[in-house]
Design a protein. Sequence first.
Length: 202
Amino acid sequence: MPPNQRNDCTMSMVDSLEKIPVSIFPSLKEGSAFIAAEIAKVIKAKQAKNENCVLGLATGSSPKTVYAELIRLHREEGLSLANVITFNLDEYYPMDPKDSHSYHAWMHANFFQHVNIRPENIHIPDGTIAPEKIDEYCDRYEGMIKRAGGIDHFKFRHLTPSNRARKQLEKACIAEWRARLHAIMKIGEPRSSTAFARIIIR
């Protein structure tokens, strides 16, 4: 089969299985601008209702350009993030939040210190939790997300699935993240990315 036909067949299979809308952009910059604009819409819509906007955040090279665009929108176009509450996905373990290699440090250097999110509205998993208290900490972190009203926008997948799909996604996330955390704790691997939070996607 010619290469083009093979690619067409592959994409057809992917399309037939993929139930989440996917947008493909010609460059990272354009994709990041689109995502940042979508997040800004959610923030402004919540502001219009005098409500908080709850964001699930990640770290790494992909979100960095989105954060840069949100910073630009804040500085140049007056986007306020005063009503934003954030919950980060993960943190290294074991890791002191003051360590320059921590996700705490990364998030503040690349996003938080450049916008007007209130410090008390920033939540990042604690990388100093004792092994025997991890389950309790997961429950508390999840409880904070629920009390905040659930995640309005989780970078970088803007999801609007059915209730059944949401429940399946949530269960999969809980199982995967907790299993990964306990596996890392068991082998004592340092500087390993671990996710404590069980993100609730509305």
